[in-house]
Design a protein around this ligand. Structure first.
Ligand code: G3P
Ligand code: MG
Length: 245
């Protein structure tokens, strides 16, 4: 089975919902709550800078309007990505992936970078995020885990930085999902937690892959996954995990 240097508990988009998702403030807060690994969503500005944001559009989580990937980084870097959440975080900027990389490496934290392409940019986003991640984590003992719902993005990431581990994200167990992950040389499947059962976990393990779940916000769901022997639990909750787990 693939060696696995990552902890079981992974804070979703930083610190879940306690701070504005995908901002450095959220990752810092997650670390204060004991997390040592984080999930983030990465996409590209029009001029090719990898930055952190979940949605394709700016309205929900920033002071901007329109499609984030259609603006240059200079304009994106001026936006307020904190006020939407609460006054406490007013003025938090959208971070470039490079800033999160510096913070992770300085503090020994690990990262799952979900490649979240603006629709229509799957290949170029997979290629650029992987290339930039390879540079940002050059010489690191543990590389970031790249994941995506988009097979085309993972294929491009493999071409650009084959040494970085990849995981296929699934919101349902579509026809041929395991074969597709193997074809992409993935090391793990990250799946909606409700889809895992003992037989599916066994299939993944027999194929030599690891299995992780998103987004696990109930204690009973987390315990069910732990009983199944899960490798990773991505959660919004900062009070759900045991530091020894
Ligand atoms: O990467 C796990 C999870 O974040 C996938 O869904 O929509 O929250 O990015 P989403
Ligand atoms: Mg995500």
């Amino acid at each position: 089975m693939t060696p696995w240097p990552y902890p079981r508990w992974i804070a979703h988009r930083g610190a879940g919902r306690l701070a504005p998702e995908n901002t450095l403030a959220a990752f810092r807060l997650g670390a204060q709550h004991g997390y040592r690994m984080f999930e983030c969503d990465a996409k590209l500005s029009r001029d090719g800078v990898a930055f952190l944001m979940h949605d394709a559009t700016l309205e929900r989580t920033t002071s901007g309007r329109g499609i984030g990937g259609e603006q240059d980084w200079h304009a994106l870097s001026q936006l307020d990505a904190g006020s939407w959440h609460s006054r406490r975080w007013a003025g938090e900027p959208l971070p470039p992936l490079a800033a999160l990389a510096r913070w992770c490496r300085a503090n020994g934290h690990l990262l799952n970078i979900e490649i979240k392409p603006t629709p229509g940019t799957e290949r170029v986003t997979g290629e650029a995020v992987a290339r930039q991640a390879a540079q940002l984590w050059a010489g690191a003992a543990v590389p970031p885990l790249l994941s995506s719902f988009k097979p085309e993005a993972l294929a491009a990431a493999r071409a650009a930085a084959p040494q970085l581990p990849r995981a296929l994200l699934l919101d349902r167990l579509r026809e041929g999902w395991l074969e597709e992950a193997l074809r992409l040389d993935c090391v793990a499947i990250v799946c909606n937690h409700a889809l895992w059962d003992a037989a599916t976990v066994a299939r993944v393990r027999q194929a030599g892959l690891r299995q992780l779940s998103y987004t696990v916000n109930d204690e009973w769901a987390a315990q069910r996954l732990i009983d199944l022997g899960t490798d990773g639990i991505i959660t919004d909750r900062v009070d759900l995990f045991s530091p020894v787990g």
